[in-house]
Design a protein around this ligand. Structure first.
Ligand code: NOJ
Length: 765
């Protein structure tokens, strides 16, 4: 990384601050009354701004430790410093720490003419210092309060370190496990995705943006980035309007409704138009249909990348196209700062767009309280107290426990007993880094509790350990392509010997942290490297294996599923991963997570998702040829959406609906009883799905429209009630109108998307 550049930046800051720069004093008539409404305060400063200063507010660049793309201008020296203090930068990303942010803010406030504070932004995706489970994992908890709380805690840590804006939540629905960024989202479902989006936004933003423990959130990536062709990051997207509006949009619509402060564009084009300059997305949908008033930021360099897309002939045209479409902030393309001035001379109408963008940005700065106290976020005291605090680490444990999904548990091999003779084997068993996942923000590398340490804490027996094989070779970091070990078998023998002498083998296999995330797409989603071979060798000497998977995406594990008696999906589960897995292994916590992305049987099934269309050729029984299927693999996934086991069993009974017919204004009540009929107290995620039997656009087979997570003591029964309204039965039709069409529907309630009790009802005008 560019530590040298960082040092250079600070040296320049120091040097220039010591040489008492001449400051442009404000006109003495310029005073902003704090009692005025925000819009009046915005106007009062806006009126003083030159065009150059306005354009400066639209310019954002990175001055810190993280680089997520080619840097358009590697020169962090005096020129960039001058941009900062002469009002040519409105916000920066990747500068961290109460002291650093205060120092830079001070330079801007003391030296720039209008003293407009900077916003400091950062990718706080699943924690700042304390790492919570990767968002895909956490979505498997289906626990919205929990997700709100972890976002709130991440916000508090980041805010204390001077950050006011996170580029999260990522709310891209995706059906393709090859895409590395599925780790950042909430899986394949638009309804659940929308609920999670609302929870995370509430968590980050709190009750008021001006609270110095909350930060502005960012709904990203608008839109359809999760549908990149063949799961290849940054690739082109081709989806129809129906999928765009009914599958991709619901989380974004929810984000706009929940006043998310900002939106971020996506890198991809959709049907030939880059998202960054997509008037349909940014104007017709976002601004006009949803009346969104917040700020839109480009993705890193995505304005400049329109030249690579061959949609813009040069950077100047890219700037023109983006500003016209309503992209307010240029992150790291330097397209606006270089070209908007000339573009205004050529096309005066553009100034209108610039003015709107500037007002939105100033409004955000006022809302964040930065005009009242530009330093209110940079608090060393709060930073010391909050960042990585013990209470936050406790929350990380709770989140990890609730995110883990039990995939298989033949003959109740789990939970294990405290005194069993256990061998822990696998390259991820003593890995304290992989559980941190990608996008670990400010967390220190290797800072998670690993599984070996976690198990040694909870088991009374001596846990023996052998790695078996290395997973990767050499560097394993954010900036380099990972090299997987495919040839060094030297650890196999020790591992197999150990397994042969043990009662139980716990195997920790999966992906390193940097095998998922941005730029980490895979064409093969099996266990990487030698891990499956290792597992097979161990299996030859001991079949009592508990497979712990740690990964950032669904994997293809057909052999593992067929042969291994117990499988636990532990994802990259954050700072307390090892403790959480160990507590589940011993039965101190009964697993309750359910998958939010289907697990394919093989990669050829991808994209695979539960809310698929029936098509014109659904299956009509065995031994068919001419229907929708692959001839060499089942149509079903290995594990469907909503699937997850518990150490106990739940029985569903007495489903009832309030009527067989409802009107548009009515609410259908759906009741069902759920009883814990097993031997452990446990939590169940009860799911409700709808089927629209016939519609003016082909409807999905089923769609999630409700869920409740309940706790049940042994033997306990609870009756649950769900409400279905017109909104739940509505969709965007061909004319792009959100509408419910009268007709026949089914409602199903159950433990996952494949096991449902079903009843029918009619919707009438
Ligand atoms: C590129 C990523 O796509 C985006 O999600 C992230 O916020 C920016 N880089 C800034 O780091």
């Amino acid at each position: 990384m560019n530590h040298n550049n960082l040092i250079l930046l600070f040296s320049v800051i120091f040097f220039l601050s010591c040489t008492s720069l001449e400051t442009n004093e404000l006109d003495s008539s310029f005073t902003i009354s704090q009692n005025n409404s925000i819009s009046k305060r915005v106007d009062s400063i806006f009126e003083l701004m030159t065009l150059k200063e306005k354009i400066g507010q639209l310019n954002q660049y990175s001055v810190g430790e993280e680089m997520t793309g080619p840097n358009q201008n590697n020169d962090y020296s005096k020129q960039r410093y001058n941009q900062l203090i002469n009002g040519s930068v409105g916000s920066v990303l990747n500068l961290l720490g109460a002291e650093n942010t205060r120092l830079v803010q001070q330079q801007v406030i003391e030296n720039s003419r209008l003293k407009i504070p900077l916003i400091f932004a950062y990718d706080v995706i699943h924690g700042y210092k304390t790492m919570f489970p990767i968002p895909l994992a956490e979505s498997c908890s289906w626990d919205l309060k929990l997700m709100e709380k972890t976002a709130k805690t991440s916000a508090a840590e980041a805010a204390a370190s001077g950050i006011q804006w996170t580029f999260a939540p990522m709310i891209d629905v995706s059906r393709d496990a090859r895409w590395g960024r599925v780790m950042e989202g909430a899986g394949e479902d638009p309804y659940l995705g929308a609920q999670v989006a609302a929870a995370r936004i509430k968590g980050f933003q709190g009750e008021s943006l001006s609270d110095s423990l909350s930060i502005a959130a960012c709904a990203k990536h608008f839109a359809a980035y999760g549908f990149v062709e063949s799961g290849k990051d940054y690739n082109t997207v081709n989806i129809g309007q129906n999928t765009l509006m009914n599958v991709v949009m619901p989380p974004f619509k929810m984000a706009a409704k929940n006043n998310v402060a900002t939106f971020m564009n996506a890198f991809n084009d959709i049907d030939g138009i880059p998202a960054t300059a997509n008037i349909f997305l940014l104007k017709e949908i976002l601004r006009e249909q949803w009346n969104y008033q917040g700020v839109v930021v480009s993705d890193w360099g995505s304005i400049g990348e329109m030249v690579n897309h061959r949609y813009s002939k040069d950077l100047k045209q890219a700037a023109h196209q983006a500003i016209i479409a309503g992209c307010d902030i240029d992150m790291e393309s330097q397209a606006y700062i270089k070209h908007l001035n000339d573009l205004v001379v050529q096309y005066p109408i553009i100034e209108n767009e610039i003015n709107k963008a500037v007002k939105r940005i100033l409004t955000l700065k006022f809302k964040l309280g930065l005009f009242d106290d530009p330093y209110c976020y940079s608090s060393e005291t709060r930073e010391k107290k909050l960042v990585g605090s013990p209470a936050h680490l406790d929350l990380a444990l709770e989140a990890a426990l609730k995110s883990i999904v039990l995939l298989k548990n033949e003959n109740q091999l789990l939970p294990l007993k405290k005194d069993q003779k256990i061998a822990l084997i696998g390259p991820l068993a003593n890995d304290s880094d992989a559980p941190l996942g990608n996008w670990r923000a400010h967390a220190s590398s290797n800072s998670a509790i690993n599984l070996l340490d976690g198990m040694r804490t909870v088991f009374e027996s001596n846990i023996t350990f052998a790695k078996g094989c290395e997973l990767s070779i050499g560097n394993n970091n954010f900036f380099e392509e990972l090299k997987i070990n495919n040839s060094d078998y030297s650890g196999f023998k020790q591992a197999v010997d150990l397994a042969s002498k043990s009662e139980i083998v716990v195997m920790a296999l999966g992906e390193p942290a940097y095998m998922s995330g941005e730029g980490r797409s895979r064409s093969n989603i099996d266990l990487p490297g030698l891990q499956l071979e290792l597992l097979k060798e161990v299996y030859k000497v001991n079949k009592n294996i508990v497979l712990i998977l740690m990964n950032g995406r669904p994997l293809t594990i057909p052999w593992e599923y067929k042969n291994i008696p117990a499988i636990v999906e532990a994802w990259h589960c954050g700072s307390r991963s090892g403790d959480a897995i160990a507590q589940i292994l011993i039965g101190d916590y009964n697993p309750s997570g359910k998958l939010t992305m289907s697990f394919p049987r093989n990669v050829g099934q991808v994209p695979i998702y539960y809310n698929k269309k029936t098509t014109g050729r659904p299956s009509s029984g065995p031994n068919q040829v001419f229907y929708v299927h692959h001839s060499d693999v089942d149509n079903d996934p290995l594990f469907p959406f909503g699937y997850g086991l518990s150490y106990t069993q739940f029985q569903y009974s007495e489903m009832k609906i309030s009527s067989n017919e409802i009107h548009m204004k009515d609410t259908l009540k759906v009741k069902i009883k759920v009883q814990n009929i097993g031997d452990f107290p446990g939590e169940e995620i009860v799911q409700l799905y709808i089927t629209d039997e016939f519609a003016s656009i082909t409807p999905p087979e089923i769609e999630l429209k409700g869920f409740q997570k309940i706790s049940l003591a042994v033997g306990e029964t609870k009756q649950l009630e769900f409400n279905i309204t017109k909104e739940d039965l509505s969709f965007y039709n061909k004319q792009n109108i959100f509408i419910a069409e009268p007709g026949n529907f089914k409602v199903g309630v159950g433990t996952n998307s494949r096991v449902l009790d079903v009843m029918a009802f009619n919707l009438v005008q």
